[in-house]
Design a protein around this ligand. Structure first.
Ligand code: NAP
Length: 244
Protein backbone atom coordinates (compact mmCIF):
# COMPACT_ATOMS: atom_id res chain seq x y z
CA UNK A 1 0.00 0.00 0.00
CA UNK A 2 1.24 3.51 -0.83
CA UNK A 3 1.43 6.60 1.40
CA UNK A 4 -2.08 6.63 2.94
CA UNK A 5 -2.12 10.42 3.34
CA UNK A 6 -1.72 11.05 -0.41
CA UNK A 7 -4.91 12.06 -2.21
CA UNK A 8 -6.35 9.38 -4.44
CA UNK A 9 -8.75 9.54 -7.39
CA UNK A 10 -10.43 6.98 -9.63
CA UNK A 11 -11.49 7.84 -13.18
CA UNK A 12 -13.45 5.47 -15.41
CA UNK A 13 -12.57 5.52 -19.10
CA UNK A 14 -9.26 7.29 -18.51
CA UNK A 15 -7.30 6.03 -21.49
CA UNK A 16 -8.50 8.54 -24.10
CA UNK A 17 -10.33 11.81 -24.69
CA UNK A 18 -11.96 13.60 -21.78
CA UNK A 19 -11.05 10.87 -19.27
CA UNK A 20 -7.37 11.11 -20.17
CA UNK A 21 -7.44 14.89 -19.65
CA UNK A 22 -9.12 14.41 -16.25
CA UNK A 23 -6.50 11.84 -15.22
CA UNK A 24 -3.77 14.25 -16.29
CA UNK A 25 -5.25 17.21 -14.37
CA UNK A 26 -5.60 15.11 -11.22
CA UNK A 27 -2.06 13.74 -11.45
CA UNK A 28 -0.73 17.25 -12.03
CA UNK A 29 -2.61 18.33 -8.88
CA UNK A 30 -0.84 15.62 -6.87
CA UNK A 31 -3.44 12.82 -6.81
CA UNK A 32 -2.50 9.18 -7.14
CA UNK A 33 -4.79 8.06 -9.96
CA UNK A 34 -6.42 4.74 -10.77
CA UNK A 35 -8.28 4.61 -14.06
CA UNK A 36 -10.18 2.06 -16.09
CA UNK A 37 -10.30 1.44 -19.80
CA UNK A 38 -12.29 -0.88 -22.06
CA UNK A 39 -9.75 -2.47 -24.41
CA UNK A 40 -7.11 0.00 -25.62
CA UNK A 41 -4.11 -1.26 -23.68
CA UNK A 42 -1.54 0.83 -25.57
CA UNK A 43 -3.40 4.05 -24.75
CA UNK A 44 -3.77 2.96 -21.11
CA UNK A 45 -0.03 2.28 -20.82
CA UNK A 46 0.75 5.71 -22.26
CA UNK A 47 -1.55 7.37 -19.70
CA UNK A 48 -0.03 5.31 -16.88
CA UNK A 49 3.46 6.54 -17.84
CA UNK A 50 2.20 10.12 -18.10
CA UNK A 51 0.75 9.96 -14.56
CA UNK A 52 3.99 8.59 -13.13
CA UNK A 53 5.80 11.47 -14.84
CA UNK A 54 4.07 13.79 -12.37
CA UNK A 55 5.66 11.90 -9.47
CA UNK A 56 2.41 10.25 -8.31
CA UNK A 57 1.20 6.67 -8.52
CA UNK A 58 -0.84 5.23 -11.36
CA UNK A 59 -3.01 2.15 -11.66
CA UNK A 60 -4.56 1.18 -15.00
CA UNK A 61 -7.31 -1.45 -14.81
CA UNK A 62 -9.11 -3.03 -17.73
CA UNK A 63 -12.70 -3.01 -16.46
CA UNK A 64 -15.94 -2.86 -18.40
CA UNK A 65 -18.06 -0.13 -16.79
CA UNK A 66 -21.19 -2.13 -17.62
CA UNK A 67 -20.00 -5.19 -15.72
CA UNK A 68 -20.95 -4.94 -12.01
CA UNK A 69 -18.19 -7.27 -10.81
CA UNK A 70 -15.48 -5.50 -12.82
CA UNK A 71 -16.71 -2.06 -11.71
CA UNK A 72 -16.60 -3.11 -8.08
CA UNK A 73 -13.18 -4.71 -8.50
CA UNK A 74 -11.84 -1.42 -9.91
CA UNK A 75 -12.85 0.43 -6.73
CA UNK A 76 -11.58 -2.33 -4.43
CA UNK A 77 -8.25 -2.64 -6.25
CA UNK A 78 -7.64 1.11 -6.09
CA UNK A 79 -8.60 1.22 -2.41
CA UNK A 80 -6.31 -1.70 -1.62
CA UNK A 81 -3.38 -0.11 -3.44
CA UNK A 82 -3.82 3.51 -2.32
CA UNK A 83 -5.47 3.13 1.11
CA UNK A 84 -8.21 5.73 0.54
CA UNK A 85 -10.46 7.17 -2.18
CA UNK A 86 -10.90 10.92 -2.22
CA UNK A 87 -12.51 11.30 -5.63
CA UNK A 88 -14.42 9.20 -8.14
CA UNK A 89 -15.09 10.44 -11.67
CA UNK A 90 -17.52 8.41 -13.75
CA UNK A 91 -16.49 9.32 -17.26
CA UNK A 92 -16.67 6.06 -19.27
CA UNK A 93 -19.38 6.39 -21.86
CA UNK A 94 -20.45 5.15 -25.27
CA UNK A 95 -22.87 6.06 -28.03
CA UNK A 96 -24.92 3.73 -30.23
CA UNK A 97 -26.88 6.27 -32.26
CA UNK A 98 -29.98 5.62 -34.35
CA UNK A 99 -33.54 6.74 -34.80
CA UNK A 100 -35.85 5.32 -32.17
CA UNK A 101 -38.10 3.39 -34.55
CA UNK A 102 -35.06 1.37 -35.68
CA UNK A 103 -33.16 1.21 -32.38
CA UNK A 104 -32.36 -2.35 -31.30
CA UNK A 105 -32.84 -3.64 -27.75
CA UNK A 106 -29.09 -4.18 -27.64
CA UNK A 107 -28.25 -0.58 -28.59
CA UNK A 108 -30.62 0.67 -25.92
CA UNK A 109 -29.32 -1.69 -23.23
CA UNK A 110 -25.58 -1.30 -23.98
CA UNK A 111 -25.75 2.48 -23.69
CA UNK A 112 -27.87 2.47 -20.52
CA UNK A 113 -25.76 -0.28 -18.94
CA UNK A 114 -22.47 1.48 -19.65
CA UNK A 115 -23.35 5.12 -19.08
CA UNK A 116 -25.92 4.89 -16.27
CA UNK A 117 -25.69 1.51 -14.54
CA UNK A 118 -21.89 1.75 -14.77
CA UNK A 119 -21.94 4.84 -12.57
CA UNK A 120 -24.32 3.15 -10.13
CA UNK A 121 -21.93 0.20 -9.70
CA UNK A 122 -18.86 2.35 -8.98
CA UNK A 123 -20.72 4.87 -6.80
CA UNK A 124 -22.20 2.06 -4.70
CA UNK A 125 -18.80 0.47 -4.16
CA UNK A 126 -17.04 3.81 -3.50
CA UNK A 127 -19.78 5.03 -1.17
CA UNK A 128 -18.99 2.25 1.28
CA UNK A 129 -15.45 3.65 1.55
CA UNK A 130 -16.19 7.39 1.30
CA UNK A 131 -19.02 7.35 3.85
CA UNK A 132 -16.73 5.60 6.32
CA UNK A 133 -14.00 8.18 5.59
CA UNK A 134 -16.62 10.94 6.04
CA UNK A 135 -15.12 12.60 2.98
CA UNK A 136 -15.12 12.19 -0.77
CA UNK A 137 -16.11 13.84 -4.04
CA UNK A 138 -18.01 12.15 -6.85
CA UNK A 139 -18.28 13.73 -10.29
CA UNK A 140 -20.43 12.10 -12.95
CA UNK A 141 -19.98 13.11 -16.59
CA UNK A 142 -23.34 13.69 -18.25
CA UNK A 143 -23.86 15.64 -21.49
CA UNK A 144 -25.66 18.61 -22.96
CA UNK A 145 -27.71 15.94 -24.71
CA UNK A 146 -29.04 14.69 -21.36
CA UNK A 147 -30.48 18.15 -20.69
CA UNK A 148 -31.53 19.22 -24.18
CA UNK A 149 -32.24 15.95 -26.03
CA UNK A 150 -30.96 15.04 -29.48
CA UNK A 151 -32.67 13.28 -32.38
CA UNK A 152 -30.97 9.93 -33.00
CA UNK A 153 -29.65 9.69 -29.44
CA UNK A 154 -32.68 8.69 -27.34
CA UNK A 155 -30.69 5.96 -25.60
CA UNK A 156 -27.68 8.24 -24.92
CA UNK A 157 -29.89 11.17 -23.81
CA UNK A 158 -31.84 8.90 -21.45
CA UNK A 159 -28.62 7.60 -19.90
CA UNK A 160 -27.18 11.11 -19.45
CA UNK A 161 -30.43 12.58 -18.09
CA UNK A 162 -30.65 9.59 -15.74
CA UNK A 163 -27.19 10.42 -14.41
CA UNK A 164 -28.43 13.84 -13.33
CA UNK A 165 -31.34 12.45 -11.27
CA UNK A 166 -29.07 9.74 -9.90
CA UNK A 167 -26.41 12.25 -8.83
CA UNK A 168 -28.86 14.67 -7.21
CA UNK A 169 -30.28 11.75 -5.21
CA UNK A 170 -26.96 10.46 -3.92
CA UNK A 171 -25.92 14.04 -3.09
CA UNK A 172 -28.90 14.08 -0.71
CA UNK A 173 -28.05 10.63 0.69
CA UNK A 174 -24.35 11.32 1.25
CA UNK A 175 -24.41 14.96 2.34
CA UNK A 176 -24.54 14.36 6.08
CA UNK A 177 -21.30 12.35 5.82
CA UNK A 178 -19.39 15.06 3.97
CA UNK A 179 -19.44 13.28 0.60
CA UNK A 180 -20.34 15.45 -2.40
CA UNK A 181 -21.80 14.37 -5.74
CA UNK A 182 -21.99 16.65 -8.77
CA UNK A 183 -22.42 16.44 -12.53
CA UNK A 184 -20.38 18.00 -15.30
CA UNK A 185 -22.37 18.28 -18.52
CA UNK A 186 -20.02 18.81 -21.47
CA UNK A 187 -21.15 20.29 -24.75
CA UNK A 188 -19.40 19.16 -27.92
CA UNK A 189 -15.81 18.30 -27.13
CA UNK A 190 -13.12 17.33 -29.65
CA UNK A 191 -12.42 13.64 -29.01
CA UNK A 192 -12.66 10.36 -30.92
CA UNK A 193 -16.36 10.27 -29.95
CA UNK A 194 -17.15 13.41 -31.96
CA UNK A 195 -14.79 12.69 -34.85
CA UNK A 196 -17.60 12.31 -37.39
CA UNK A 197 -19.82 15.13 -36.09
CA UNK A 198 -20.26 17.99 -38.64
CA UNK A 199 -18.32 20.65 -36.70
CA UNK A 200 -18.93 23.73 -38.90
CA UNK A 201 -22.70 23.43 -38.44
CA UNK A 202 -22.40 22.90 -34.69
CA UNK A 203 -20.20 25.92 -34.14
CA UNK A 204 -22.97 28.20 -35.45
CA UNK A 205 -24.97 27.29 -32.33
CA UNK A 206 -22.16 27.71 -29.79
CA UNK A 207 -21.98 31.26 -28.38
CA UNK A 208 -18.26 30.92 -27.63
CA UNK A 209 -17.67 29.92 -31.26
CA UNK A 210 -15.67 26.73 -30.86
CA UNK A 211 -15.92 23.13 -29.79
CA UNK A 212 -14.53 22.38 -26.35
CA UNK A 213 -11.21 20.70 -25.59
CA UNK A 214 -10.94 17.77 -23.16
CA UNK A 215 -8.95 20.11 -20.89
CA UNK A 216 -11.99 22.40 -20.58
CA UNK A 217 -13.88 19.55 -18.94
CA UNK A 218 -10.91 18.45 -16.83
CA UNK A 219 -10.64 21.94 -15.30
CA UNK A 220 -14.30 21.85 -14.24
CA UNK A 221 -13.93 18.37 -12.74
CA UNK A 222 -10.81 19.37 -10.82
CA UNK A 223 -12.60 22.46 -9.53
CA UNK A 224 -15.47 20.35 -8.14
CA UNK A 225 -13.04 17.92 -6.51
CA UNK A 226 -10.65 20.45 -4.98
CA UNK A 227 -12.74 23.53 -4.20
CA UNK A 228 -13.87 22.47 -0.76
CA UNK A 229 -17.02 20.56 0.08
CA UNK A 230 -19.91 23.01 -0.01
CA UNK A 231 -21.01 22.35 -3.60
CA UNK A 232 -23.19 19.28 -4.09
CA UNK A 233 -26.08 18.10 -6.26
CA UNK A 234 -25.15 20.57 -8.99
CA UNK A 235 -24.93 20.31 -12.76
CA UNK A 236 -22.04 22.33 -14.14
CA UNK A 237 -22.50 23.01 -17.85
CA UNK A 238 -19.23 23.25 -19.74
CA UNK A 239 -20.48 23.77 -23.27
CA UNK A 240 -19.44 27.16 -24.60
CA UNK A 241 -22.89 28.52 -23.80
CA UNK A 242 -24.84 25.96 -25.86
CA UNK A 243 -27.49 25.44 -23.16
CA UNK A 244 -28.56 28.02 -20.61
P1 NAP B 1 -13.95 8.64 -26.09
O1 NAP B 1 -12.97 9.55 -26.74
O2 NAP B 1 -14.73 7.70 -26.93
O3 NAP B 1 -13.19 7.83 -24.92
C1 NAP B 1 -13.93 6.92 -24.16
C2 NAP B 1 -13.11 6.41 -23.02
O4 NAP B 1 -13.95 5.55 -22.24
C3 NAP B 1 -11.93 5.55 -23.44
O5 NAP B 1 -10.92 5.68 -22.46
C4 NAP B 1 -12.51 4.14 -23.45
O6 NAP B 1 -11.54 3.10 -23.25
C5 NAP B 1 -13.43 4.22 -22.25
N1 NAP B 1 -14.55 3.29 -22.31
C6 NAP B 1 -15.45 3.12 -23.31
N2 NAP B 1 -16.32 2.16 -22.98
C7 NAP B 1 -15.97 1.70 -21.76
C8 NAP B 1 -16.44 0.68 -20.90
N3 NAP B 1 -17.51 -0.07 -21.23
N4 NAP B 1 -15.81 0.48 -19.74
C9 NAP B 1 -14.73 1.21 -19.38
N5 NAP B 1 -14.22 2.19 -20.14
C10 NAP B 1 -14.83 2.42 -21.32
O7 NAP B 1 -15.06 9.49 -25.29
P2 NAP B 1 -15.03 11.02 -24.79
O8 NAP B 1 -15.50 11.87 -25.90
O9 NAP B 1 -13.75 11.32 -24.13
O10 NAP B 1 -16.22 10.98 -23.71
C11 NAP B 1 -15.99 10.77 -22.34
C12 NAP B 1 -17.30 10.99 -21.59
O11 NAP B 1 -17.78 12.31 -21.85
C13 NAP B 1 -18.42 10.04 -22.01
O12 NAP B 1 -19.20 9.70 -20.88
C14 NAP B 1 -19.23 10.87 -22.97
O13 NAP B 1 -20.56 10.44 -23.04
C15 NAP B 1 -19.11 12.24 -22.33
N6 NAP B 1 -19.35 13.34 -23.24
C16 NAP B 1 -18.56 13.51 -24.34
C17 NAP B 1 -18.83 14.58 -25.19
C18 NAP B 1 -17.99 14.87 -26.41
O14 NAP B 1 -18.35 15.78 -27.17
N7 NAP B 1 -16.91 14.16 -26.66
C19 NAP B 1 -19.89 15.44 -24.91
C20 NAP B 1 -20.66 15.22 -23.79
C21 NAP B 1 -20.38 14.18 -22.97
P3 NAP B 1 -10.70 2.46 -24.50
O15 NAP B 1 -9.60 3.46 -24.80
O16 NAP B 1 -10.17 1.18 -23.96
O17 NAP B 1 -11.64 2.30 -25.62
Amino acid sequence: MSNPSAKTAIVTGGSRGIGRAIVKALAEAGFNVAFSYASNQAAAQEVEAMVKGFGVEALAVQADAANPAEAQALIEQAHKQFGRIDALVNNAGITRDGLLMRMSDDDWAKVLDTNLAGSFYTCRAASRIMLKQRAGAIVNISSVVGVYGNAGQANYAASKAGLIGFTKSIAKEFGSRGVTANVVAPGFIETDMTESVPKEKLIEHIPLGRLGAPEDIAKAVLFLITSGNYITGQVLHVDGGLVF
